[in-house]
Design a protein around this ligand. Structure first.
Ligand SMILES: [Zn+2]
Ligand SMILES: [Zn+2]
Length: 108
């Protein structure tokens, strides 16, 4: 295996991991970084986008932060937990995949 190919594969994997963390299309970024390893620097500088289940927007400073972050890393404000009503048991629970009260799946 040539040295260039190794660099391409490492760049591709690194790029896809960074892209996934930022809520971006990791497959696309794997290809981009594989073809142009310098793209890793581009995805590093790209701001994260809101992606369901991975990132959300801070209600105070409106920057994109990690979905489960208890505190915004930019403005350091504590984030309110979104409560939704469970269809089965009727209790208000944090917006997670499963109801923490009766374990019913809340999201499809
Ligand atoms: Zn914030
Ligand atoms: Zn429930």
């Amino acid at each position: 295996m040539s040295r260039i190919l190794i660099i391409q594969i490492i760049a591709g994997i690194a790029g896809s991991i960074i892209a996934a963390k930022k809520g971006r299309n990791y497959f696309l970024w794997f290809l981009l970084c594989f073809i142009f390893p310098v793209s890793v620097l581009v995805i590093l500088l790209f701001p994260p986008v809101v992606a369901k289940g991975r990132t959300k927007r801070c209600p105070f400073c409106s920057r994109v932060i990690h979905e489960n972050a208890p505190v915004c890393k930019y403005c350091k404000k504590e984030l309110p937990i979104d409560l939704i009503q469970c269809h089965r048991c009727g209790s208000f629970v944090p917006e997670k995949e499963y109801c923490m009260n009766c374990n019913k799946k809340l999201k499809d």
